[in-house]
Design a protein around this ligand. Sequence first.
Ligand code: SF4
Ligand code: SF4
Length: 275
Amino acid sequence: MQIAVASGKGGTGKTIISTSLALCAPGPVQYLDCDVEEPNGHIFLKPDLTSRERCTVIVPQILEEKCTYCGKCRDICRFNAITLFAKTIMTFPEMCHSCLGCFQVCSEGAIVRSEREIGVLEAGMAGNISFVHGRMRVGEAMGVPLLKAVKKKADQEALVIIDAPPGTSCPFVEAISDADYVILVTEPTPFGLHDLKLAVEVLVNFSKSCGVIINRADLGDARVEQWCQQQKIPVLLKIPFDRKVAEGYARGQTLVKIRPDLRPFLQALIQKVSA
Ligand code: SF4
Ligand code: SF4
């Protein structure tokens, strides 16, 4: 069972909720921090990281001595990662999406595989929680390959909690693609509602079951809840604003440590969505 915790926008409390869901889960549990651009689950779970591996992608390297400057590789590249000026050919590895198209069309054998490091995968244990996160190399633009590498570590025998990246673009889609259930964390504001609608639209396209947690539920208005009712999307939990939570969050404390009274609600929520 994989449960993704996502939000249409950043700053809704997704990580403080997903880490505490992992802490409240019964039986074997794994926490995958798929927010590879800004992983911060480790700040709360404080895992003992015992393994570290480089994550690389394949990029083309051109052997100019074999190249006839035909331009086929440049023409097939949808990402403008190859440029040809008369008898000068250049690649831009940061723009390459590793589709391997250029390798296929070069009949001169002038393109060979090279590797580019995009980040690292780190794993370990946080108490009884198996923990994995990816950390992107500074300056790296594409998070999806690293996110896929984190997801490949999913333990088939455990309840997997995926901390998804915020927003509704490619990394979000990749993070939720194998999830059995998606919990959307939002806040009761016009921005929260706007981004929730975008996220739900994506989930509908992927036929994903989802429910909503409204964080800081007493600070805004009722429009998020009303919209969820209209759309028949369950509101799984409403967490009122609590200054203690904000202060504890800033110190790297987990939600269930700051508010132990929420533990039974989070346990019930996991039972409900995994039933
Ligand atoms: S397809 Fe091969 S031969 Fe043609 S320009 Fe590219 S590298 Fe050179
Ligand atoms: S592998 Fe694909 S994306 Fe990368 S340079 Fe070749 S054609 Fe472009």
